[in-house]
Ligand binder design. Sequence first.
Ligand code: PMP
Length: 347
Amino acid sequence: MNDTLSSRPASPDGWRAISKGMTTAIGGTPLIRLHRASEETGCEILGKAEFMNPGGSVKDRAALAIIEDALQRGTLKPGGTIVEGTAGNTGIGITLVAQAMGCKAVIVVPETQSREKLDFLRMIGADLRLVPAKPYRDPGNYVHVSRRLAEETGALWANQFDNTANREGHRTTTAREIWNQTQGKVDAFTCACGTGGTLAGIAIGLREQALEAGRKAPHIVLADPEGSGLYGWVKSNDMSIIGGSITEGIGQSRVTANLEGCAPDDAERIPDAEALDHIFSLTADEGLSVGGSSGINVASAIRTARKLGPGHTIVTILCDGGARYQSKLFNPEFLRSKGLPVPGWLA
Ligand code: PMP
């Protein structure tokens, strides 16, 4: 079942011997076969290991794309400051990429985000501004605070939700990597949305590749946690919300500029207990430690496989690693307080 180092084939893009620096080490992540999910469904279910990026998440790609775009346009000057509101991972990516490229970053984060992400931001020297968690319609919401901070200080606002450099980064890198790694055999793609940059960029990129190759466009499925409006948006064009979720960084109550025009074919709404089941199984059965949104994504990939039937290849994203949520997803007391299952080895 498990291959060894010596039998591991080179990726279609080739392993890069020397990266010219941290920014060129972003992307080029492995696409990992998820054995249990694949065997249970008769499909090939593949997870793009974005937790292997230098900053530890899929958001390194958005951070790099946004900063490179701003430097090219001249809206960010070398040595200049970029401000962003984030659930944490984009803040980590932006701080590290800014440091690697000689810029400064200011990061606004709701104080409810996991302790590990906040500690990591402090550890890497982020200029961190914690704000109380407020809904988007409230002017105290972290996104609005970050926009005002940028305006007041004359810094650049990264605006990851509505800056389409974010999805463009995924169209030109993640989508192409997935296409090359599967040699064009990708029947479906599914992932959850925060900004929607990952889903939309990959959906648009894969559709373009399929068109060019004269192949059927992959089936695009939006994976949504409870407490988010996007499932309703795809299914019935109304953003009605049920329940809530402990997952961080995903779920959305508006159609961001990144999501506009992406038109997913379907959506799955995944309860936390179902997502956790996959997170614990990925650890116990496959040796992969991942965070909450990866569990939502894998659950959605399995549901999609069951709908499409055996023989299909379904790709999803393993967005970040489990260590970022040790005090929540892997803490028996926290799980019990939410009425969620505790895996045997933690209990
Ligand atoms: N998973 C995690 C862990 C994240 O931090 C984020 C972004 N906040 C996402 C998924 C969603 O990615 P995107 O913003 O590209 O929709």
